[in-house]
Design a protein around this ligand. Structure first.
Ligand SMILES: N[C@@H](CCC(=O)N[C@@H](CS)C(=O)NCC(=O)O)C(=O)O
Length: 328
C-alpha cells in the first residue's frame, strides 16, 4: 500500500513536473503514459481481431465492431485481400520489436510487418523502468532488431526494412524524397499532425482518460502495483496534460480536430480505395497504424460514426489481415 502510494505520487509528480516544462517534457509524458501503453497488447495472440477483443474497451460496441469487420472482410473481393509478400529469401530470419503496445509509432511499424507478413516477436517495454531496452543507447520505442541489426525511428525503420525486403541496394529514405511525392507528404502528415491530435482525444475527459488508462495498464508491461497506481494517477495527470497538449498544438476542440483529420484523409483518397490506389501504400499503412489502437476506444468509435473514414478503415483491416506476430 505504501509502495503503491509512493509509486502513485512519483508517477503523478513526474507527470505534473513534466507539464511545467517545455515541449520535450510534453513528449515525455506522451511517451510514458499515453503512447507508451495505449498502443500495446501483451497478449500473445497473433490475430488482429483477438487483439481488439482483448481490448477491455471493446466490450460491447468494440466486439460488435470487430464482428462486423470480420463479416465485411469475408465479403471483400480477393483483389483487395491480395498482398504482395516479399520473396522468401529476402524475408529476415529474426525480427524483434521493442515496443509499447499503445505507441502509435510502434503500431505504424506493426502495420507494416503485418501487411507484409514478416514474422516478428514483440518485447513489451516497461515505460517506467525501460529495463528491456537498457542495452540500447536509443531510449525510445520502437526499436526493431532485424537479424541482429538495430533499426530505430518508425519511418526510418520502415524505409530500411522496405529496402531489405524489396531487395534494394540503395537505401532511400523518406527524408531523401521530394515533398511533392504524395505518399511522403501524407506520411509526414501522420508524424507531424495526426499523432498530435490523438492524445487530447483519448484523455478528453475523466471517463475517456480512465478508459484509455484501463487499456494501457491492461495491455502494457506493468507490475501489479504499477497497474493500479498508473491507471488512476496516470488518467488524472493526463487529463490535465491533454489540456496543455491542446494549447501546444493549437487545438481548440479535440474531437473537431480528430474528425477534421479523418475527413482530410478521406479527401486525400479522392475516391480511390487506398492512397496507393488498389493497394495500400506506406501512407495508408501509417494512418491505419496510428489509428488502430484508438479505433475501439470512445474517440475512435466517435470518429468512425461521425466521419467518412470507416469504409477505408475497414478496407485497411481486411487488407492488412491478421498479425504476423509470433511468440517470443
Ligand atoms: N520519431 C520517433 C518517435 C518515437 C517516440 O517518441 N516514442 C515514444 C513512445 S510513443 C517514446 O519512446 N518516448 C520515450 C519514453 O517513453 O520515454 C518514431 O517515429 O519512432
Amino acid at each position: 500500500m505504501r509502495r503503491a502510494s509512493t509509486l502513485a505520487s512519483s508517477v503523478l509528480s513526474r507527470t505534473l513536473t513534466s507539464t511545467l516544462h517545455d515541449g520535450g517534457a510534453l513528449s515525455t509524458i506522451k511517451h510514458r503514459f499515453l503512447l507508451a501503453s495505449l498502443y500495446s497488447t501483451t497478449s500473445n495472440t497473433g490475430n488482429s481481431h483477438s487483439r481488439r477483443i482483448f481490448n477491455p474497451f471493446s466490450s460491447s460496441l468494440g466486439v460488435a465492431g470487430a464482428l462486423v469487420s470480420a463479416a465485411a472482410a469475408a465479403s471483400l473481393s480477393q483483389d483487395v485481400l491480395a498482398k504482395e509478400p516479399p520473396r522468401a529469401e529476402l524475408v529476415p530470419k529474426e525480427v524483434v520489436l521493442y515496443q509499447y503496445e499503445a505507441c502509435p509509432f510502434c503500431n505504424k511499424v506493426k502495420a507494416y510487418l503485418d501487411y507484409y507478413d514478416i514474422p516478428y516477436k514483440v518485447v513489451e517495454v516497461n515505460p517506467i523502468s525501460k529495463k528491456e531496452i537498457k542495452w540500447s543507447d536509443y531510449k525510445k520505442v520502437p526499436i526493431l532488431m532485424v537479424d541482429g541489426e538495430q533499426l530505430v525511428d518508425s519511418s526510418a525503420i520502415i524505409d530500411k526494412l522496405g529496402n531489405k525486403i524489396h531487395g534494394k541496394e540503395i537505401v532511400e529514405s523518406a527524408s531523401d524524397k521530394d515533398d511533392d511525392d504524395e505518399e511522403i507528404k501524407w506520411r509526414r502528415w501522420v508524424d507531424n499532425h495526426l499523432v498530435h491530435v490523438l492524445s487530447p482525444n483519448i484523455y478528453r475527459n475523466t471517463s475517456e482518460a480512465l478508459e484509455s488508462f484501463d487499456y494501457i495498464t491492461s495491455n502494457g508491461n506493468f507490475s501489479f502495483a504499477e497497474k493500479i497506481t498508473v491507471k488512476y494517477a496516470g488518467a488524472a495527470a493526463m487529463y490535465f496534460v491533454s489540456k496543455k497538449l491542446k494549447k501546444k498544438y493549437n487545438i481548440t476542440d479535440e474531437r473537431a480536430a480528430l474528425y477534421e483529420a479523418a475527413e482530410t484523409w478521406v479527401d486525400a483518397l479522392n475516391g480511390r480505395e487506398f492512397l496507393g490506389g488498389s493497394k495500400p501504400n506506406l501512407a495508408d499503412l501509417a494512418v491505419f497504424g496510428v489509428l488502430r489502437p484508438i479505433r475501439y476506444l470512445r474517440s475512435g468509435r466517435d470518429m468512425v460514426e461521425q466521419t467518412r473514414i470507416g469504409d477505408w478503415y475497414t478496407r485497411m483491416e481486411n487488407s492488412v489481415g491478421g498479425s504476423a506476430r509470433i511468440k517470443a
